[in-house]
Design a binder for this molecule. Structure first.
Ligand code: IVH
Length: 691
């Protein structure tokens, strides 16, 4: 029987191997060499065929299958892993003199031994180490504290410049290190999308890369377009190397130099340093540094310096290592470029949440690749801490990042008798008196429903993907509808007709044609299907994000119960703090808002959570849920119980049928369950109960 079934699966096994290899090859050409060998359509067809086969024969799916790039694995928490070889950092300096000292010290220590240096870019990203065994990527770990890092294998697998399977010859068991970077163009597109979705943009590509590697859902990480730039190969000592003799013979000469290791890594399929130079002396090193100090702004990703290494690996032991960093390498860090320019005026910008941000408008000045005219002054405390006065010249800096920062006042230019700059007292848009709440750093305009940027911001949030998903209405079109008086709040959207839209926008030469008017109306129609939790998020209640909305929807079930809840009842919901509870309460006690909600309800939007019953196995049972689960969030497992006919209660009593315990369940609850003789079951027991 076994024999037959293995014969039966042979064609599938073969095709899976064939497809995996083909897709790997096309991926490699595309991501490493910028060449498309086939159309996107053909590529997708191959990928779909492979996915289908792997679904049909899960046991045949290769661990390094290219389908794993799309992610889907969920990281509940990131396992801590001890690095096989500690991830040292480099000594670094901003001073060319210290680079000269490093060079002459190295030369002295090495005496007559011939050697060279390598100069390469110092990427500004997140350092990770990746282990390969028998040519397969098996583990990726962040640097962490240098000794212990986080296991981010599932997320790393989604990065297309990390080969899952190596090509040609490679050591049997080794590690590569490199930096995960977020290229500027992908980073900017991602940040724009975040803003459109009403989320806070990331401050710089490095933070975004680091946040992406820590995403729980690896399919989200897959969408981020991160890149891995390999810069280092760690090999086991020759006596511990298990590679076969053929591989060793082939590799070992080459692996004796850092430049050889990089060249070998390229052959194995890694994206390596494109700008790498072997240098003989300090002049060549300085030339490389000077060149990149200017040219770095033309790179597609951020670098923050140059790394100089001794090229001959056998000399590394001779030069040794200090407590933290090797003596055979050093990093030169670029100084953040800084200029001084006169402050012309401070203007105040009102964000979609009503927060008022002061902006310095300065005499235009050239700084690190762009002309800078404006920069944020963050809030009043920022201005007072820097003691900015009228007529001052400001110091503006741009580090490895894109956004210029005001770092201080050029005191040499301070005029006698200069007065501290005043902060706005009224909203620059609607004229309302600004409010600064106790303990908060920001001023905001309280006129939520009558202040243009806030009204537009609300509309933008409402139509965004994670809310009502009315994608055909981008910010420009919303603005157009708003300025024509067709839409001033979210309920107005549901009164729109195609007739009203056709022909709009002629003045901006963005005329809405009949077809696109129809599409807009259709998208609005479809949004009526959006579930209650997203409708709740879409309302844009201050501090109520996606997660909060989900929890509120689950807890209160419908908008009326939510509207009638007291602050205490609201604050009793998981993850809802006092500030949020107060904000929801205030929102629900304004007649304008209740009127909008009534109109949305009349328009047919879901104002009630739908509990889909997928079974009744748990009918008559009451569960108390506690701790952290591996396959569900706490809210999800509660929903799951209800979907199968069970009830969920918050506290253990004689009526509790089971306590469903995850990891880290509180000891008090456990004691109580034991004292009442209530069975405590695990997530696995629970799932078994259902099947
Ligand atoms: S070599 C033992 N090369 O800079 C030498 N590091 O403090 C290992 N970095 O944590 C590092 N680009 O994350 C090396 N081309 C490069 C690099 C690089 C960026 C980072 C690395 C390390 C830090 C140095």
């Amino acid at each position: 029987m076994d024999l037959f079934s293995s014969i039966d699966t042979e064609p599938a096994r073969k095709r899976i191997a064939e497809l995996s290899e083909l897709i790997d090859k096309y991926n490699h050409e595309y991501y490493m060499n910028d060449t498309s060998l086939i159309s996107d359509y053909e590529f997708d067809a191959l990928l779909r065929e492979l996915i289908a086969l792997e679904q049909q024969y899960p046991e045949l799916a290769l661990p390094t299958s290219p389908t794993r790039r799309v992610g889907g694995e969920v990281n509940k928490s990131f396992r801590q892993v001890t690095h096989r070889f500690p991830m040292l950092s480099l000594g670094n300096t901003y001073s060319i003199e210290e680079i000269t000292e490093f060079e002459s010290r190295t030369r002295k220590l090495l005496g007559d031994t011939p050697f060279s240096y390598t100069c390469e870019l110092k990427y500004d990203g997140v350092a990770i180490g990746i282990t390969y065994k028998h040519g397969n990527m098996v583990q990726a770990v962040t640097r962490g504290n240098g000794s212990v890092g986080d296991d981010i294998t599932a997320n790393a697998r989604t990065i297309r410049t990390i080969p899952l399977k190596l090509q040609g010859v490679y050591p049997d068991d080794f590690e590569v290190r490199g930096e995960v970077v977020y290229p500027f163009d992908a980073f900017e597109a991602f940040n724009r999308q975040r803003e459109a979705d009403g989320e806070e943009p990331f401050a710089n590509p490095r933070n975004a890369a680091s946040g992406s590697l820590k995403l729980q859902d690896s399919s989200e990480c897959a969408k981020r377009k991160l890149q891995f730039c390999m810069y280092f190969m760690m090999l086991p000592d020759a006596e511990h190397d298990t590679s076969d003799t053929y591989t060793r013979d082939l590799l070992y000469g080459e692996l004796q130099t850092h430049s050889g290791r990089i060249a070998a890594a390229r052959q194995m399929g890694f994206k390596v340093q494109p700008y790498f130079k072997e240098c003989r002396d300090i002049d060549e090193i300085k030339q490389f540094i000077d060149y990149w100090d200017h040219e770095r702004w033309n790179l597609p990703y951020a670098i923050d310096g140059i790394v100089i290494k001794v090229n001959q690996v056998e000399l590394w032991d001779r030069l040794g290592t200090t407590a933290k960093s090797p003596r055979w390498a050093i990093a030169y860090k670029f100084k953040a470029e800084r200029v001084s320019t006169p402050l012309q005026e401070i203007t105040f910008q009102v964000g979609r949440t009503g927060i008022v941000t002061p902006v310095a408008n300065m005499e235009p000045v050239w700084l690190a690749g762009t002309t800078v005219r404006r920069a944020t002054l963050v809030n009043e405390d920022f201005i007072r801490n820097l003691d900015i006065r009228t007529g001052d010249h400001l110091l503006v800096e741009k580090g490895g990042e894109i956004i210029p920062k005001i770092v201080g006042v050029d005191m040499e230019q301070r005029k006698p008798g200069a007065e501290p700059v005043p902060f706005a007292t009224h909203c620059p848009v609607c004229g309302s008196r600004l409010v600064r709440a106790d303990g908060e750093a920001s001023h905001y305009c309280p006129n939520q429903d009558g202040c243009r940027p806030q009204q537009l911001g609300r509309l933008e949030l409402f139509v965004s993907r994670k809310a009502m998903n009315i994608e055909s209405l981008g910010p420009e079109r919303l603005e157009m509808l708003f300025d024509h008086g067709l839409v001033s709040n979210v309920a107005d959207l549901y009164d729109l007709t195609a007739q009203q839209l056709i022909g709009l926008g002629a003045e901006q030469s963005a005329t809405i044609q009949a077809k696109s008017a129809d599409n807009i109306i259709k998208a609005i129609e479809q949004s009526r299907e959006v579930p209650f939790e997203r409708v709740l998020y879409a309302l844009g209640i201050r501090y109520v994000g996606e997660v909060g909305a989900k929890k509120l929807a689950r807890h209160f079930r419908n908008i009326d119960a939510l509207a009638q809840a007291s602050v205490e009842e609201l604050a009793a919901v998981e993850d809802i703090g006092d500030t949020t509870a107060k904000s929801i309460y205030d929102y629900m006690h304004r007649n304008e808002h209740l009127a909008i909600i009534a109109r949305l309800k009349a328009a047919g939007l879901h104002m009630e959570a739908v509990i889909q019953q997928s079974g009744s196995q748990l009918e008559g049972l009451t569960f108390v849920v506690s701790g952290v689960f591996s396959q569900f969030s706490r809210e999800e497992i509660k929903a799951h119980i209800e979907q199968h006919g069970g009830k969920v209660s918050g506290s253990i009593s004689g009526k509790t049928s089971y306590v469903l315990a995850g990891e880290k369940m509180g000891p008090e609850k456990l004691k109580k369950a034991e004292s009442l003789g209530i069975p405590v079951i695990s997530e696995t027991d629970y799932l078994a109960m259902l099947s």
